[in-house]
Design a protein. Structure first.
Ligand code: UD1
Length: 421
């Protein structure tokens, strides 16, 4: 088991390059199942979730090559299996995309229920609702979802989501690609990675319009035949480095970002007193004084992302005054990290969906445990900002989603080491 040792209290300086978006990559890789031909995907982050997905595709019979760092070539033409390795599937959340992709390409799929970060109950009823509306016969067991065509076969249809779900939106987009007729998703999620998935599929030959709005239309086509595509930069990885500078202080150029995707995060940090300068594809953040308190409520895009809740909470623990942080997507997310921050000297009171955070002058080093990906990232930020040494355990969660985090932070002047225990 490895841990991170962080000697905190050093401001961050220099530049950091953001990797390709995790939540786009983990959808685009399974989406390659829809393609008969070679897909070249660039800007793929080297993170454990991606490595697991590539193993799943290899096991299904795909050809997978990695000709250079950040580039993956996938050829799923000869896949025959519709039953991905359940042990690999259970290692991550986004393996649920195998359902939509296999269903669309082969008309059937037998997929274990996904694993991954368990910061809340994470139902997939809206995914199932979508598959059923498209004519699939869905059998759910305790640990499996089995999909096959229903009596009237698979056909595009209208699906109105009861909750705005990123995963269900992307899964239904994939499912609709290769089946006859038109699928219309209403109340769709609008996250940048949904647009990225649709752009990838359209590049391969799909006919998807409206991604990024709340109505997405997928006209079924008979063949997706391959091409080349570059994944967008990771909004949340960029937000994490920006929050790290806000909490620990410093002056950093965050490169390879789409500033428009960052507005929901940077506008809050600006309000809290950080200086933010937007360029075409980079953002400079400068912070040399104590932050101000803020009120933040997480919401689906373009709102403040739930995946940045924990990181901004660290900023609030060090801000002047009392902040209010309300979670509206995953209510139980506070439990993944607030007690760890409290052990570092933070003052956080959880009242239902809201954390009331009273800023303190300093956090102090402690031994803390990552319980999920973003909670883990927040503990790293807290360690960077704290006085003394912090040990972050269970970093396997962090390495699911952050490429070379130790190298990137070290290059900014942080004193962080990965230690094999
Ligand atoms: C994705 C992201 C995750 C992020 C989340 C919200 C990936 C791999 N993960 O997760 O990092 O935190 O979006 O931005 O991209 N819900 C249902 N039924 C469903 C599906 C969702 O009730 O069938 C609820 C969830 O419990 C939650 C809300 O809808 O309250 C949003 O979930 P969703 O957007 O689906 O999250 P994920 O796709 O699992």
């Amino acid at each position: 088991m490895a841990i991170y040792e962080i000697k905190g209290g050093k401001p961050l300086h220099g530049s950091v390059t953001i990797s390709g978006a995790k939540n786009a990559a983990v959808a685009i890789i399974p989406a390659a199942i829809l393609v008969r031909g070679k897909c070249r995907v660039e800007n793929v982050p080297d993170i454990s979730d991606v490595r697991i997905l590539l193993d799943i595709l290899r096991d299904l019979g795909a050809k997978v090559a990695q000709p250079e760092p950040g580039v993956v070539e996938l050829d799923c033409s000869n896949i025959k299996k519709t039953h991905p390795n359940p042990e690999l599937v259970r290692k991550m959340r986004a393996s649920y995309y195998l359902m939509g992709a296999l269903l669309s390409r082969f008309g059937r799929a037998e997929v274990a229920l996904p694993g991954g970060c368990n910061f809340a109950s994470r139902p997939i009823d809206q995914h199932i609702k979508g598959f059923t509306a498209l004519g699939a016969d869905v059998e759910e067991t305790e640990d499996y979802v089995n999909l096959k065509p229903g009596m009237n076969g698979l056909r595009g249809n209208r699906v109105s989501l009861d909750v705005v779900s990123v995963g269900a939106t992307m899964n239904i987009i994939m499912a609709g690609c290769l089946i006859p007729g038109t699928t219309i998703i209403e109340n769709a999620a609008k996250e940048p990675h949904i647009v990225d998935l649709a752009n990838f599929l359209n590049t391969m030959g799909a006919n998807i319009s409206g991604a990024g709005t709340d109505t997405v239309k997928i006209r079924g086509v008979t063949l997706l035949s391959g091409g080349s595509y570059a994944i967008i930069p990771d909004q949340i990885e960029a937000g994490t480095y920006i929050a790290a500078v806000a909490a620990a202080g410093g002056n950093v150029l965050v490169e390879n970002v789409i500033p428009k995707h960052m507005e929901c995060i940077t506008s809050k940090l600006q309000e809290m007193g950080a200086t933010i300068i937007n360029y075409d594809d980079s953002i400079r953040i400068m912070c040399d004084k104590r932050l101000r308190n803020a009120t933040v409520k997480t919401r689906p895009y373009p709102g403040f992302p739930t995946d940045m809740q924990a990181q901004i909470c660290v900023c609030m623990t060090l801000a002047d005054g009392v902040s209010r942080l309300t979670e509206s997507v995953y209510e139980t997310r506070f439990f993944g990290y607030c007690s760890e921050l409290t052990s570092m000297g933070a003052d956080i009171l959880i009242n239902g969906k809201t954390a009331i955070v009273t800023g303190t002058q300093t956090l102090h080093g402690a031994t803390v445990r990552a319980k999920d990906l973003r909670a883990g990232a927040a503990l790293v930020i807290a360690g960077l900002a704290a006085e003394g040494t912090t040990y972050v355990e269970n970093i396997v969660y962090i390495e699911r989603g952050y490429e070379r985090i130790v190298e990137k932070l070290s290059a900014l002047g942080a004193d962080i080491k990965r230690i094999e225990e």
